[in-house]
Write a protein that binds this ligand. Structure first.
Ligand code: GAL
Length: 467
């Protein structure tokens, strides 16, 4: 279905042009707290992977499955707006602007769509990405559009004359007649723009160059690997593609391949992080390159999905260790970026602040890295510590108070603790206690431990019990 002729009519016009213009001006001119306005001595604000990330209004950033567009020196982050107060039949894309990639100004819900293809209740609009079309000066948004059963499998196109919208729905289509679900975005160093899309029946994914004023695609490359969450970056003459396995909202070990050109030959896929950490609970959505005066940083943008509260899903952004055909996602920790120089710095805040406090006699311990999230009240102990823990293959994933941190849980009255699967999660359970229960039921204390060795963190009471 092509709505190009009356695309403007199909825009949701709940606000007047004047309000939109005002919002745009706000987006473009608000003073950013980032590096552009920083005094030389002002410390950079760290990105806190996995923690609540708030915009200039103090509200949670709603830009899930997002994409990033650099336009005239400002970064624009687009993504799924899953706010709980959204109208149920509508789908929304939000846009945020930043000069420093850390402080974000809300530009509005730049796409508001009321089921343009009659897909029915629970229809899907996911992973929006915005391209700048150099020829027309227009901004072109792609997204995955689908019915509740993910059978429609098409890409949607919407356009705007302003980067901060509003975007008008144009059409949906299946690229080359192929099913298309997760999409990704890539702009090469020569300015050529590409859509990445996963196509299940082909057991692989496509890289497709945008043509016809970015309203269509032409086939560029096909990778025979059933991966989604496809993202791509060119770094020092090599292309690195990252994708996730198809496990829905559940995290899995994301993988990468490398090639000298988009057409290949591509290497076989390797893990971007130790496979047992399941990409630290996240899924790739974009690899974003920041070219600075001193360095070029490649940022992994991932989503930590919370399927039961999608609006509260978190973002795991980390600078990648990349080069010479290798790529690695470091364990999540606070980090800073100076977008002017491209220099990123990992901040080992935990090791800087605390030392490991050994557990007392009779306490079982588990230790590892916690991927953040604000836990439910029920998951806190009487001291307010977050206690919910999940273990995968010997690594601990807990929901920490604020963000990601290494931690040690000391469980009183628990001489030997071991993992036990329950309700889709693995909990620590005391083996010697009649009161076998999830960790959260125990009176416990949490101490943070140095962050350095989180990847070799151990679980159970190994090495952490004092006689
Ligand atoms: C994931 C996909 C998400 C969403 C989800 C639904 O695999 O990456 O964007 O579609 O499945 O289950």
């Amino acid at each position: 279905m092509i709505y190009l002729g009356n695309a403007r009519d199909r825009c949701t016009r709940t606000r007047s042009r004047r309000i939109w213009a005002a919002m745009l001006v706000g987006c473009a001119t608000l003073p950013f707290a980032g590096s552009a306005q920083r005094l030389p001595s002002t410390p950079l604000t760290p990105v806190q992977p996995g923690s609540q990330w708030r915009d200039n209004r103090g509200r949670l950033i709603e830009a899930h499955g997002g994409g990033m567009t650099l336009y005239r020196g400002t970064y624009y982050w687009f993504g799924e707006d899953r706010s709980p107060d959204n109208r149920p039949g509508m789908r929304y894309v939000a846009c945020y602007a930043s000069k420093d990639l850390v402080h974000w100004t809300f530009c509005g819900q730049v796409l508001k769509l009321a089921d343009p293809e009659h897909l029915g209740p629970h229809w899907v609009l996911e992973r929006p990405k915005v391209f700048v079309d150099a020829h027309t000066g227009r901004f072109v948004m792609y997204a995955h559009i689908d019915d509740a059963h993910y059978k429609y499998a098409r890409v949607m196109v919407a356009v705007s004359h302003r980067i901060a919208g509003p975007y008008c729905y144009v059409k949906s289509f299946r690229p080359f007649g192929q099913e298309s679900r997760d999409i990704g975005q890539f702009v090469d160093d020569d300015g050529a723009a590409y859509l990445i899309f996963e196509s299940r029946p082909t057991k692989g994914f496509f890289i497709a160059k945008l043509i016809d004023n970015d309203l269509n695609v032409e086939k560029t490359a096909f990778l025979l690997a059933p991966l989604e969450g496809g993202s791509l970056v060119r770094y020092q003459g090599l292309y690195y593609v990252v994708g996730s396995h198809m496990t829905g909202w559940k995290p899995n070990p994301n993988v990468y391949a490398v090639a000298p050109s988009l057409a290949g030959p591509w290497t076989h896929f390797k893990d971007i992080a130790p496979p047992q950490v399941d990409t630290y609970g996240s899924q790739s959505t974009m690899l974003f390159k920041v070219v600075g005066s001193r360095k070029t940083a490649v940022i992994f943008m991932g989503d930590i999905w919370k399927p039961k509260a999608l609006w509260d899903s978190r973002y795991l952004w980390m600078p990648l260790v990349v080069g010479k055909g290798h790529l690695r996602l470091p364990s999540p920790q606070p980090w800073t970026i100076d977008v002017k120089t491209g220099v990123t710095t990992l901040m080992d805040r935990v090791s800087a602040r605390t030392a490991a406090a050994p557990c007392r006699a009779g306490q079982g311990c588990l230790q590892g890295i916690a991927v953040g999230g604000v836990p439910q009240e029920a998951d806190r102990d009487e001291n307010g510590w977050a206690l919910e823990c999940r273990l995968w293959s010997g690594r601990v994933f807990g929901h920490a108070d604020d963000s990601i941190s290494a931690m040690r849980y000391c469980v009183a009255g628990c001489r030997r603790a071991s993992p036990r699967a329950h309700g889709g999660r693995t909990w620590m359970q005391c083996e010697n206690s009649a009161a076998s229960a999830p960790l959260s039921r125990f009176r416990a204390a949490r101490t943070e431990v140095p962050h350095q060795n989180t990847l070799s963190a151990r679980t159970g009471n190994q090495g952490a019990l004092r006689p």
